[in-house]
Each structure stands twice: as structure tokens, then as C-alpha cells.
Design a protein around this ligand. Structure first.
Ligand code: CNA
Length: 340
């Protein structure tokens, strides 16, 4: 299912890194960007409002007739009813979630690719031509300041699980959860209480850190303490001049995914329902996960837009049920139908 026409920068195909100078020159701009973000958060989580505005904008771009809207609403209602009736009837007992940054947007953490509010747009606006370079080892070794800055601004913010996280936990509490495969590094799945054995944090997490050269472990508190003072934490053990830098346990573009991603990959085949939430499915190899799902397994997509890899003409006629709109609203609607 992975689209060969993906525009994004796949995890195992690193982008051409920007020059060191480009990274350096834009640290001040990033500072300004993050000041913007802080005031945005102060103004009662305006991120969510921006997201809503974007939603309205995209909806008005394509003018739909009243009849079309009524038809869409009727279809949504009937699909929501049959899905939730099937869950209530016990048809699906092994539900697997494939999730991404979109489920944490309502917690105040921007995603990558939303056109205005996404992290890439905010960083790009400030003049960094290739924002994704911040997440490459080449740029990190050249100048870790940009990444430290982003980490300080976006991941020290105290975020709490959203309704989407709570929905997954509810599914687990009702013994219907098969697995959660997340691309998120914010750890909100852990905070909401998803058990470790049911969770794959495919792109790592921000709970601990290590030296990129000798792998010595450091606490995330040490990392953030340095980041907050705009200092770079270097390894006191190996003192390696270029690679002895402390980085959280998150996976950069081009790095290997954690072992659990590979060892628990096969479990996806046994799921009887797949729910995709809050991801553009543009980052490989995560985006290829759906290809290991048998074509008889229905896929539910809860997202503002349908990921490109889900719209491709599927010769197996896979059933894809798409609930467009805000994730939080959709999961609340679903819970209502489920009577949870
Ligand atoms: P992405 O490419 O930014 O896609 C996010 C998707 O969510 C888009 O399709 C949006 O339209 C959709 N979306 C955002 N908000 C909403 C909403 N409120 N309602 C409905 N849909 C919404 O992000 P992906 O997760 O697909 O990309 C994978 C990257 C993002 C991974 O490498 C992550 O580590 C990385 N990331 C993680 C976080 C985090 O941990 N919270 C934050 C930013 C980026």
C-alpha cells in the first residue's frame, strides 16, 4: 500500500541535509517562532482554533450542494451505525490502531504537515528551507541547536491525553484492543495507560536520552535542563568531539526503528479491525503497515483528510470507511453510538 508517489521524506530515505549554515542561521528565527507559539498557547490553545479554521477553509474550497451534504451525512450516519453495531455485537475483538501526530494536536502539540499550524509550516515560515532536516543525524551532528530548540519549545509543554487517547484506552479496558502502533514521540499513549505489551512507539519517545556515540544513557531531565538553558548536553563519558551529543530516544530520518516495531509487526495481520487516526501515512516504513493487513480486514480512517495511500485503487477491493473531520469530535460521536 505504500505509495511510490509519497511526497514526504520517508524514514529510510533521508532528505538531502541543508547546509550547516542554513541550520545555524535560522536558530534565531526558530526562537521567534516559538515565542509566537507560546503566546498562541496562552491565547487558550489557539492551535485547535487554527485547525478548525483550516478545516472550514478546506471545506469551502470545494463547494458542495445541500443535496451532497445531506447524502454525505446520511452515509456517515449509516456507516457509523453499522460499525458501532458490529463492535457492540462482538464482531471485532482485536482492534488495532495506527496513529500519528493528529491525535495529539488537540493536546496542543502541532503535527508535522497541517498546512498552517503544522510544525513544518511554522519552521518553514521562519526561513528554514528544509524543516525536516532538523530530524536528520547529519544536521544534528553539524549543529544540534535547532533540534534542542524545537525539543524545548514543543516537548516541554505539558500536554495531556486527548479524547482519541482515552478512546483507545477505553477499547483496551473493554478487552477489545489488539495493538496500538504510534508514530508519536510524546508518550501520551503511555500517560493514558495503554499497556506496554500492546504498544509500539515506532519512532521512539522523549522519556529518556542517550549519547549518539557511546550510547550511554542520560535522563530526559538532564537533556531538557540543558535545552532550557540553550546549552547542548555532551557526553562526559566518551567525550567524542562530533557524535558525543545527547539525544532523546527518538528516531531520526534514516535511523533504524526500535526492535519492537519489527517483532510486533506480524501481530497486525491478526487484527480484525484497523483504525487509522491522525496520520498522513507519509513516513516510511510506518506508511507501509497497511500492506501487511489482509484485504478482508476493514480499515476505518478517522482524519481530516484521507491519506493518499488509502485512496489508491485497491485491486482487492479492501473496505475503507472514512470519517472525515476533527478526530476528537468523531471519537466522541462514535462513543455516543457505542453507548460508552
Ligand atoms: P502528519 O504528517 O503531520 O499528519 C497528521 C495528520 O493528522 C494529517 O493528515 C492532518 O490532516 C491530521 N490532523 C491533524 N489534526 C487533526 C484533527 N484535529 N482532526 C483530524 N485530523 C487531524 O503526521 P504523521 O504522524 O502522519 O507523521 C509522522 C511523524 C510526525 C512522526 O515521525 C512523528 O514523530 C511526528 N510528530 C509527532 C508528534 C507527536 O509526538 N505528537 C508531533 C509532531 C510530529
Amino acid at each position: 500500500m505504500a505509495s511510490s508517489s509519497d511526497e514526504s521524506l520517508p524514514l529510510h530515505e533521508s532528505p538531502q541535509p541543508a547546509t550547516t549554515v542554513e541550520c545555524f542561521e535560522n536558530v534565531d528565527a526558530l526562537q521567534e517562532a516559538s515565542e509566537d507559539l507560546t503566546s498562541t498557547r496562552k491565547r487558550k490553545r489557539t492551535t485547535c482554533k487554527v485547525v478548525k479554521k483550516e478545516k472550514q477553509n478546506s471545506e469551502t474550497t470545494k463547494k458542495r450542494t445541500k443535496k451532497e451534504i445531506r447524502q454525505e451525512e446520511a452515509l456517515r450516519k449509516s456507516e457509523m451505525e453499522s460499525l458501532t453495531e458490529a463492535i457492540k455485537a462482538g464482531t471485532y475483538r482485536k482492534i488495532a490502531f495506527l496513529v500519528g501526530a493528529g491525535i495529539s494536536v488537540n493536546a496542543g502539540i502541532p503535527d508535522f504537515r497541517s498546512p498552517k499550524s503544522g510544525l513544518y509550516a511554522q519552521v518553514k515560515k521562519m526561513g528554514l528551507p528544509h524543516p525536516e532536516d532538523i530530524f536528520t543525524l547529519d544536521c544534528f551532528y553539524d549543529d544540534p541547536r535547532a533540534f534542542y530548540h524545537i525539543a524545548k519549545e514543543f516537548f516541554t509543554y505539558e500536554a495531556h491525553p486527548t479524547d482519541a487517547h482515552r478512546f483507545m484506552k477505553e477499547v483496551e479496558s473493554r478487552k477489545l484492543l489488539h495493538m496500538v502502533y504510534t508514530q508519536n514521540i510524546d508518550g501520551l499513549e503511555v500517560d493514558v495507560g495503554i499497556s506496554e505489551k500492546k504498544l509500539v512507539q515506532a519512532h521512539g519517545h522523549m522519556r529518556s536520552a542517550h549519547c549518539c556515540h557511546c550510547k550511554k544513557e542520560y535522563s530526559i531531565e538532564e537533556f531538557f535542563a540543558a535545552a532550557k538553558c540553550d546549552e547542548i548536553l555532551r557526553c562526559s563519558s566518551c567525550n567524542h568531539p562530533t557524535h558525543g551529543i545527547i539525544k532523546p530516544h527518538i528516531i531520526f530520518f534514516g535511523e533504524k526503528l526500535p526492535r519492537t516495531f519489527h517483532t510486533r509487526l506480524q501481530k497486525l495481520e491478526d487484527a480484525d479491525l484497523i483504525v487509522v487516526m491522525g496520520t498522513s501515512l507519509k513516513v516510511k516504513p510506518f506508511s507501509t503497515l497497511l500492506s501487511s493487513v489482509p484485504s478482508s480486514t476493514p480499515i476505518v480512517v478517522i482524519n481530516r483528510d484521507l491519506p493518499a495511500s488509502c485512496t489508491r485503487k485497491d485491486p482487492t477491493d479492501r473496505q475503507i470507511i472514512f470519517f472525515p473531520g476533527d478526530i476528537e469530535e468523531t471519537v466522541r460521536e462514535m462513543k455516543g453510538y457505542l453507548g460508552w
